[in-house]
Design a protein around this ligand. Structure first.
Ligand code: MG
Length: 123
């Protein structure tokens, strides 16, 4: 994998799915990548991400000015994403399809007309 040329503008979801699938297959880790284990792994990695910000109130600018923290946050985001992709692979889901369906549901549930004044929760 030549990651120096990869960015969000030219990378497909299929690429991520194939990369994770190959990584798991090459190590015979399919037996460990059960839905339960993957959901728990996502939670563990999300916990590692959360721990980096626990009891801290960094602004975005402060994070961007802290190369070491930004690197750690980026790595934990990648860990969460990798396990999420593996869960999608294990359940043979189409991310684009489920994303669009859920976004449509969210748009109806949280209409821009109702929430365009900065409120987050329904009163
Ligand atoms: Mg991690």
């Amino acid at each position: 994998m030549k990651n120096n040329k990869i960015n969000d503008f030219g990378t497909t979801i299929s690429f991520f799915k194939e990369e994770v699938n190959k990584f798991v297959d090459d190590r015979n880790w399919n037996i460990y990548h059960t839905p339960k284990n993957l959901v728990q792994a996502i939670n563990c990695e999300a916990g590692e991400l959360s721990q980096l910000l626990l009891f801290k109130d960094y602004t975005v600018k402060e994070i961007w000015n802290n190369d070491q923290l930004l690197k750690k946050i980026s790595e934990e985001i990648a860990d969460v994403f990798i396990y999420l992709i593996s869960l999608i692979n294990t359940l043979d889901l189409d991310l684009s399809e489920i994303f669009i369906k859920k976004m449509e549901k969210n748009k109806k549930k949280y209409s821009s007309k109702e929430f365009n004044n900065g409120t987050y929760y329904k009163k």
